[in-house]
Design a protein around this ligand. Structure first.
Ligand code: NAP
Length: 349
């Protein structure tokens, strides 16, 4: 939680109208985009179930090439076989456990070495744990998967993204960022000193991702690469499957009773990734496809800067501000499809 002054500033900034807008937006259907996306490369994390799976299918059905960052080898290969068989598209995978720092770094480096541009990068992998689980690196698992993995990968990809003529980064976030109403415990992001709860750690990780979005928008400013976050709706998925029987009973019988199908999330992620209406829009939070004001702590620039410093240290990263490549020449950006050719089909990356 921030200082008393910060907390007071947040309290003053909360607006009833924002909460009413959220309630209204939660019931809305996503805008649809009918444009195709053949020849585009879509990178998506956590495509083996739920929202990621529905999104990978939606993009594949419109002709995109997929590069999926998945944890489970069998599920991942099954997914790629399915997408290639049903839609005739190219699907590759990188197997990675995004709770592990080594794997986050490996994914970042592998993606940065792709010769084709990443047209759309969707950070979707996430987990909800009712009990604190510490990773091999000493991090809180929810913090690592839901937030730090996207921070590390984006940081390692900055030079590549800056060198591209175009690109859209989408963060699958959540209205649950509002469960951290007074901000982050920036000195205790892994819940060693504060009481852990599923909602607190999940909400904080999502809030951290929104704060970091400001940093990446700044680092990519002047480039034709945008970064936006979205709430994918309240939808039925495998989320929480690692929790106990009681949670599963509550989820199946009560929580998800009015949840919708993950196809609405996929439609929204397709619209945000492809629609011309979103061209040039960056640093925004969408509820499905409706622009929304996030909670005040997500707009705190001082907290975003402190989080950046802590995340660089926790993520074992060099500061990209010290050495970032220039943006792609805007003149050549007029021919956005004129980047390096898509590599020939092959096996897994
Ligand atoms: N469902 C909702 O109503 C809702 C609402 C708001 C936000 N969200 C967000 O939507 C995103 C997708 O969640 P979902 O609801 O679709 O849940 P899900 O069905 O459990 O899917 C989560 C995906 O993330 C992968 N994943 C989990 N831990 C991982 C790790 N350590 N390394 C690599 N991949 C990992 C899972 O892989 P495995 O198949 O190997 O488990 C799976 O592919 C999450 O960011 C979540 O916070 C969901």
């Amino acid at each position: 939680m921030g200082t008393n002054t910060q907390v007071w500033q947040y309290v003053k900034a909360y607006q009833w109208s924002d909460m009413l807008a959220m309630a209204r937006n939660n019931k809305a259907d996503p805008r649809q985009c009918s444009d195709g996306c053949s020849d585009r490369l879509v990178v998506i994390t956590g495509a083996t179930s739920g929202i990621g799976y529905a999104t990978a299918r939606t993009y594949a059905s419109r002709g995109a090439s997929l590069l999926c960052i998945n944890r489970n080898v069998e599920k991942s290969r099954e997914l790629c076989d399915e997408l290639t068989r049903e839609f005739g598209v190219r699907c590759r995978d990188i197997i990675a456990d995004l709770s592990r720092l080594d794997d986050m770094h490996r994914v970042g480096h592998q993606l940065s070495q792709l010769c084709e541009p990443i047209d759309i990068l969707i950070h979707n992998a996430g987990t909800y744990l009712t009990r604190r689980v510490v990773t091999a690196d000493g991090l809180d698992t929810v913090f690592a998967v839901n937030y730090l993995s996207s921070f590390v990968i984006n940081t390692l990809l900055l030079d590549k993204l800056r060198s591209q003529s175009h690109g859209r980064v989408l963060l699958v976030n959540s209205e649950a960022h509002r469960f951290a109403p007074w901000g982050l415990h920036l000195d205790d992001l892994c819940w060693e000193q504060h009481r852990y709860s599923g909602l607190r750690s999940y909400g904080s990780a999502k809030l951290a991702q929104l704060l970091a979005m400001q940093t990446f928008v700044q680092l990519l400013s002047g480039c034709n690469v945008t970064v936006n976050a979205m709430h994918p709706g309240a939808v039925r998925t495998e989320s929480g499957k690692e929790n106990g029987a009681l949670y599963k009973w509550y989820k199946n019988r009560i929580l998800e009773r009015n949840f919708r199908s993950a196809t609405i999330s996929a439609d929204a992620l397709y619209y945000l990734g492809v629609s011309a209406e979103i061209e040039g829009v960056s640093g925004k939070f969408f509820n499905l496809t409706t622009l929304e004001n996030p909670a005040p702590p997500a707009l705190d620039r001082a907290a975003a800067e402190k989080l950046r410093e802590v995340s660089l240290a926790l993520g074992r990263l060099d500061d990209p501000l010290r050495s970032s490549a220039p943006c792609h020449d805007r003149e050549s950006a007029r021919n956005p499809r004129g980047d390096a050719p898509i590599a020939e089909p092959g096996g897994s990356t």
